[in-house]
Design a protein around this ligand. Structure first.
Ligand SMILES: Cc1cc2nc3c(=O)[nH]c(=O)nc-3n(C[C@H](O)[C@H](O)[C@H](O)COP(=O)(O)OP(=O)(O)OC[C@H]3O[C@@H](n4cnc5c(N)ncnc54)[C@H](O)[C@@H]3O)c2cc1C
Length: 360
């Protein structure tokens, strides 16, 4: 392992999302931390749909990496390559590491600066406000949470969800999914399952589904999941550590399989559990502990072990209600809503990163 700058080891974190931001923040005093992210800011992903309906909500949910990482280095560029000793960015930086942490869960498309992100929300907001009818393509968490935000804030608008699958929110189970369908329908949201829409064939506000149905809508939002952010690893020394789905294979200590000083955390990993932010944060906690131990030359047998989590989901339905699923048990309404839907964990996430819950 190369000598570190001064006394401190060099930790390079690639990806400043939910997992990467937290591990970079927690190691910044013990190591020489560099965070590489393709965008200049961190965004709390689960606040995004509310920010589309109410752009002022984004002010607390979007902030520069430098705000929570005052003692770390931030490089704004996509990572393009990793070797046994350094990470190379698209703009040509070569950053040597003693420990690397891969946390590129999903790639951002479109908004690389904070201003671009805020203006994206403003544009989305204008679109929602001015349309009488809105088509949402995709009935996963993003599509459902967006439909719910619009249905609650603008009860007179006609919202239609078209979803390719046979049920909404496939990952939460049938009973919870049925409760959500009932909740949405009671707010006049139309749901079309088992069909898709090619937006390129839309004409004069008329969209055609794969089943031949027509939908009148003044605007649409595509809410299908972002691809895994592992494309950049495919021609690197870690290409053999990707599984057939492009996920990074990690061991129980969260080290990338076959590597002694490279960790993988967050949605990019092949850990068999739901891909959720609070679990990505747990990965960050375990990997930070293990890096601390390895910096003190601890033996591998003493490293902390990550155990995949039990299935627990909480989906916001507007500002007051939510649906919760734990194993086969599900519950919808104000009770689960009290846990998540008011502030969408924004204050809590800010505090975890050492920021004040509210803006001053
Ligand atoms: C609408 C919605 C609601 C959600 N609600 C919840 C919820 O209530 N609770 C919950 O626990 N989870 C929720 N999730 C899931 C949660 O957001 C993800 O599990 C979490 O973001 C994963 O964190 P991550 O750090 O692995 O990846 P991400 O947060 O996706 O971060 C990846 C980072 O890597 C960067 N990146 C990607 N490629 C590169 C590259 N080549 N070079 C440099 N940087 C790169 C990106 O810019 C980004 O900053 C929700 C997700 C969505 C979309």
């Amino acid at each position: 392992m190369a000598d570190s700058v001064g006394e401190k080891k060099r930790v390079v974190v690639i990806g400043g999302g939910v997992a990467g931001s937290l591990i970079a923040r927690s190691l910044q005093d013990e190591a020489n931390v560099t965070l590489i992210d393709m965008k200049e800011y961190f965004e709390i992903p689960w606040a995004a749909l509310r920010s589309m309906c109410d752009p002022s909500f984004a002010k607390r949910a979007v902030f520069s990496h430098s705000e929570y990482l005052p003692r770390g280095n931030v490089i704004t560029s996509a990572a393009a390559n990793i070797t046994d000793t350094e990470v190379i960015t698209a703009k040509g930086d070569k950053v040597a590491y003693d420990f690397a942490v891969i946390a590129t869960g999903h790639s951002e498309t479109g908004a690389y600066t904070k201003d671009e992100k805020f203006s994206q929300y403003q544009t989305d907001h204008e679109k929602i406000k001015s349309a009488c009818s809105i088509l949402i393509i995709g009935g996963g968490q993003t599509g459902v949470e967006l439909a719910a935000e619009i249905a609650v804030d603008y009860p007179d608008k006609k919202v239609t969800i078209v979803h390719r699958g046979s049920m909404l929110l496939e990952f939460i189970g049938e009973s919870a999914s049925n409760k959500v369908v009932h909740w949405l329908k009671s707010r006049k949201v139309e749901i079309i399952l088992g069909q898709s829409v090619d937006v390129n064939t839309a004409k004069d506000g008329v969209y055609k589904t794969s089943g031949g149905q027509t939908i009148d809508a003044e605007c649409h939002f595509i809410c299908i999941g972002k691809p895994i952010g592992s494309g950049w690893l495919k021609e690197t020394v870690l290409k053999g550590s990707l599984d057939i789905h492009g996920r990074l294979m990690v061991d129980s200590n969260l080290k990338v399989k076959g590597r002694s000083n490279v960790f993988g955390i967050g949605d990019i990993t092949d850990i068999p559990e739901l891909k959720l932010g609070y679990l990505a944060q747990r990965h960050a906690g375990i990997a930070a502990k293990n890096i601390r131990l390895l910096m003190k030359n601890a033996n591998d047998n003493n490293l902390n072990v990550y155990k995949p989590a039990l299935p627990l989901s909480l989906i916001a339905l507007g500002k007051r209600e939510a649906v919760a699923q734990f194993y086969c048990l599900s519950c919808i309404g104000r009770l689960p809503g009290m846990i998540k839907s008011g502030d969408l964990f924004v204050g809590r996430t800010r505090k975890q990163l050492g920021l004040l819950s509210e803006l001053q």
